[in-house]
Ligand binder design. Structure first.
Ligand SMILES: [Zn+2]
Ligand SMILES: [Zn+2]
Length: 316
């Protein structure tokens, strides 16, 4: 059968003109099932769109990052190294060994004198961005300004954790940074970033419940500055989408080119094992997105925006 032969040929990873020929020869198959075969990395059928998790931390020991993808029904992940240089090496090695599933960013402790040298080396080794940057510094302090300059120089994004008093404090001064570093792409994440989905937040951190008030700082900055993106990961992102179901659909639509799915989920298996509430954050956030966004919008958030931002070809 032609389709069967085509699938087998595709499995040997053909590119360019050969790929085009096979695509046209296989019009009886959906593009999605074809590419699943071609890439030998089956796209999950679980969600209504393919999924790139932009925020998956490396794990220690033998715990496989891949098991989180498989268990949560996600297709690819950007590996963000944990807190040491071994984690950076683990992210690099995993992405090198399995590029169909893993991309990686490089991080460093920005309070250390060799931080910029470490980040630069990571970018030269193939990291596609800087992150997660999470240190007890001011968001516009000299340590972070060096990071923003490096990101502009290499044209890579910076994914940073905003949590007042703990990491990158001073979100009220973020707007000045967006103006001062127009060539730097900022990916906001963390409790303080998401608290500011609402106007007049009662606190600068935490996981507030209840209706989102109009006039939030974060939606305004997303709207007004081309160089700011939003990472939906962690309980902070999940909570922001869950707290006001009347607000969420319009928020997703308004920032459809700026929001990106990420999980930041520490569970080992993509099923929520070991989580306090027994829930995998990836699965919880994807469920919310699927509930509030139609398929085209969902796909932008779970797949296309991150690919475009990182200059990657959108495979399907
Ligand atoms: Zn974080
Ligand atoms: Zn999980």
């Amino acid at each position: 059968m032609a389709a069967k032969n085509g699938l087998e040929a595709a499995g040997t990873a053909l590119f360019g003109a050969e790929m085009d020929m096979i695509v046209s020869a296989m019009q009886n198959l959906t593009r999605r099932s074809f590419l699943a075969a071609a890439l030998a990395a089956p796209l999950s059928a679980e969600w209504a769109a393919p999924v790139l998790d932009i925020h998956l931390h490396t794990r220690g020991g033998k715990t496989a990052e891949l098991s989180h993808l498989t268990g949560s029904g996600t297709d690819k992940a950007i590996l963000l190294p944990g807190g040491n240089e071994e984690a950076v090496e683990r992210a690099r090695a995993l992405a090198a060994a399995d590029p169909a599933h893993f991309l990686w960013f490089v991080r460093a402790d920005v309070t250390k004198p060799d931080a910029i040298a470490q980040l630069t080396q990571g970018l030269k080794n193939g990291a596609l961005g800087l992150g997660e940057i999470k240190n007890a510094v001011e968001v516009d302090g000299p340590e972070m300004r060096r990071v923003y300059s490096l990101a502009a120089e290499f044209r890579v994004p910076v994914l940073f954790h905003l949590e007042e008093g703990l990491s990158n404090s001073g979100i009220g001064r973020l707007e000045n940074l967006l103006k001062a570093f127009p060539k730097t792409t900022f990916i906001g994440h963390g409790p303080t970033f998401w608290v500011h989905i609402s106007g007049k937040p009662a606190k600068e951190t935490g996981y507030p419940a209840g209706p989102v008030q109009p006039g939030g700082l974060m939606p305004r900055l997303l709207r007004d500055y081309a160089n700011l993106y939003g990472d939906l990961s962690a309980n902070s992102g999940r909570n922001a989408l869950a707290r006001d179901s009347g607000f969420t659909p319009d928020f997703l639509k308004a920032h459809r080119a700026k929001l990106m799915f990420g999980s930041d989920c520490p569970c080992p298996d993509g099923k929520g094992t070991g989580q306090n509430n027994g829930q995998c954050i990836a699965r919880a956030t994807l469920s919310l997105l699927q509930q509030h966004a139609e398929a085209t919008l969902l796909r932008q958030i779970t797949w296309e925006n991150a690919h475009r931002l990182l200059g990657l070809k959108v495979a399907v």
